[in-house]
Design a protein around this ligand. Structure first.
Ligand code: ADP
Length: 162
């Protein structure tokens, strides 16, 4: 039976921290679906459209038969079921991630007790990285080249008119 995992996130935009989680999880599964959340979030509007976020990931992640990238709308548990995935991948940075991730974990397990949700601890060199801080740096004209794939750096420069 195929071991299918979904790595969901907003990926607005994808960073080297996300790439690290992808690289480490790929060997553990037959298929890894990188699922770009396209649910509207008025509290935190997206900088990039779902199509742009998917495109950047496709360019940044080396092509492999085992990796798929697409956007999804609606509940994650329903999406995972549709895609035949029994595993969800998430990443954990500081303690501040823990409370939110733990709540989501408990709720998703209530919604589908068969789903196994697996957490990767961040690698130390990426522990400070978040999409939000990258957008802040780019907006203010700083260089993001050490933190994101080059396709993302180019897109950020364009987006903010540098
Ligand atoms: P979401 O809005 O769903 O949290 P993100 O794109 O911000 O989407 O993150 C997707 C997942 O990747 C989350 O589990 C997040 O904790 C994890 N993640 C993000 N950045 C890092 C990083 N630098 N190291 C490890 N995990 C990370």
């Amino acid at each position: 039976m195929d071991r299918v995992a979904v790595y969901p996130g907003t990926f607005d935009p994808i960073t080297n921290g996300h790439i690290d989680i992808i690289r480490r999880s790929v060997p553990l599964f037959d298929k890894l679906i990188i699922a770009v959340n396209d649910n509207p979030n008025p509290a935190k509007p997206y900088l990039f459209s779902a199509e742009e976020r998917v495109e950047m990931i496709k360019e940044a992640v080396s092509t492999s038969q085992k990796i798929e990238v697409e956007s999804f709308k609606g509940l994650l548990v329903q999406y995972a079921k549709r895609r035949g995935a029994k595993f969800i991948i998430r990443g954990l940075r500081a303690l501040s991630d823990f409370e939110y991730e733990f709540q989501m974990y408990l709720m998703n397990r209530k919604l589908n007790p068969e789903l196994e949700i697996i957490y990767f601890m961040t690698s130390q060199q990426y522990s400070h990285l978040s999409s939000s801080i990258i957008k802040e740096i780019a907006k203010l004209g700083g260089s993001t080249i050490n933190f994101v794939p080059s396709v993302v750096e180019k897109k950020l420069l364009k987006k903010f008119g540098y």
